[in-house]
Design a protein around this ligand. Structure first.
Ligand SMILES: [Zn+2]
Length: 274
């Protein structure tokens, strides 16, 4: 493929300055580059809380049950754009009231889809879709590569977008800022530093499971869960996302419990975040 999709609807609504992106990216695979993040806050808007286990994002709050009327799945650029733009609107509608309830900042993410893993703003990642400082970058091969086959692609794409959106929520809340600090303090690629990365990724798995279960039909949810059980840290990869078993388990936990507090990977036993 040579076509490169340009940015979709991409307006960051927060008036506060969001400076040139230098944030740590968090995605489905690959290592992240160390950098500081900037969460949008102003004196008059709710502030992010730089904490992990004690972040307001760990409250006993559920996502509202709501459908999402998505366009027909398409393999063509225009259809793909429309599909993701609609899915993103659905995610916004579900997450905005939650963040406002928690008195955390909210802003719709910037969004870009590209056949190349690249970014003009953020550190260029190795592979796969990722979130970086308020921007979601989707790389089609990351959902086209699913083992669930062509019929599973819409479900997998939706789960992938929900995972990256979960990173956006973590970023807005201050969770990922705190996690980066913890990882840096522990030593970025030390066992303790990698465990911090896994707790962040697996929390995103759980939050995406919450969202999918609150939004899609059981068949779609089952396809997404199957795909998630096949992602994560395989042998030979960095141990920064969690085993495929744990990736699937946290997704399912979020789907079954629909409680932010059930996604508190920061308090989970080491085996659960291996
Ligand atoms: Zn991720």
């Amino acid at each position: 493929m040579t076509v490169r999709f340009r940015a979709l609807a991409a307006t960051l609504l927060v008036a506060a300055a969001v400076t040139a992106c230098s944030g740590e990216r968090t995605g489905f695979g690959g290592a992240a580059a160390p950098a500081a993040e900037q969460v949008p806050t102003t004196a008059t808007t709710p502030a992010a809380v730089a904490a992990t286990a004690t972040n307001p994002l760990m409250a006993d709050v559920s996502l509202p049950r709501a459908g999402c009327a998505l366009p027909q799945w398409s393999r063509f650029e225009e259809g793909v754009r429309e599909w993701f733009a609609t899915a993103l609107e659905c995610l916004d509608r579900s997450w905005e009231p939650v963040l406002r309830k928690l008195k955390l900042p909210w802003a719709t993410p910037k969004f870009e889809i590209s056949v190349e893993v690249t970014s003009s703003d953020c550190d260029v990642p190795h592979e796969n879709s990722f979130h970086c400082a308020g921007s979601i970058h989707i790389v089609p091969k990351s959902y086209l590569s699913t083992r669930t086959g062509p019929d599973g692609q819409p479900a997998v794409a939706f789960a992938m977008l929900a995972h990256e959106y979960a990173h956006h929520v973590q970023w807005l809340s201050g969770t990922s800022t705190a996690a980066q600090r913890e990882r840096k303090d522990a030593g970025r690629d030390t066992p303790a530093g990698l465990e911090v990365s896994r707790r962040l990724e697996l929390q995103a798995q759980c939050l995406s499971g919450m969202y999918l279960a609150a939004t899609v039909d059981p068949t779609t949810l089952a396809l997404a869960a199957e795909d998630n059980r096949n992602r994560g840290d395989y042998a030979g990869r960095d141990r920064d996302h969690g085993t495929p078993e744990n990736s699937g388990a946290w997704f399912v936990r979020g789907a079954e419990r629909n409680l932010l507090s059930a996604c508190n990977t920061w308090m989970a036993a080491p085996d659960a975040v291996a």
